[in-house]
Write a protein that binds this ligand. Sequence first.
Ligand code: 6GU
Length: 223
Amino acid sequence: MRIDIITVLPELLTSPFEASILKRAIDKGLVEVQLHNLRDYSTGSYNQVDDYQFGGGAGMVLMIEPIDKCISKLMAERDYDEIIYLTPDGKTLNQQTANELSLKKNIIMLCGHYKGVDQRVRDKFITREISIGDYVLSGGELAAAVVADSIIRLLPGVLNDETSALTDTFQDNLLAPPVYTRPSSYKGMDVPKVLLSGNFPEIEKWREAQALKRTEERRPDLL
Ligand code: 6GU
């Protein structure tokens, strides 16, 4: 898979891909992530990528021309399955969308900024608009990192234990059960006995019951 991210703040998007699971996925060649600085595609005199909105009103709008130049250059190099615009008025990201996107080959992500992008960019290029929740961020960069992380960890070979994404919270619309590690007793706090029993059918039954209980208590909307 290849992910191209178009942004006015590439420096906000370097560290997420330079550590831990995402770095390993890139090092193993399972995914390629390329950052594109929109300013490199500006046309005007002083690297301009945004301008005042027609009709008046506060806030700058990302201009169509640099975005068109950047996206058109990428599209001339390969076919893209999705061109995603990160925006608080998009569809809220969930595990199903992450699963779907993890099956794609080439994806462009465009990070919004200020008041957003010229609507004509959305009309002409964008295949999907994604938000990461009902709150406002300063720009789409952190959202792009979240979406990329949710996709990349699902690619075959990225997680150590291939099955572990299958037991994630949300993969079956249930929250994950509690987990424990050594010591089995700490300052009077004991690990549930069943987990130490070695009785795997019983352990599985306990985990399912705990997952259901947790979901009923915390996220009844998922049931
Ligand atoms: Cl994708 N962008 C911005 N600016 N704010 C957000 C968001 C995206 N998702 C939630 N809040």
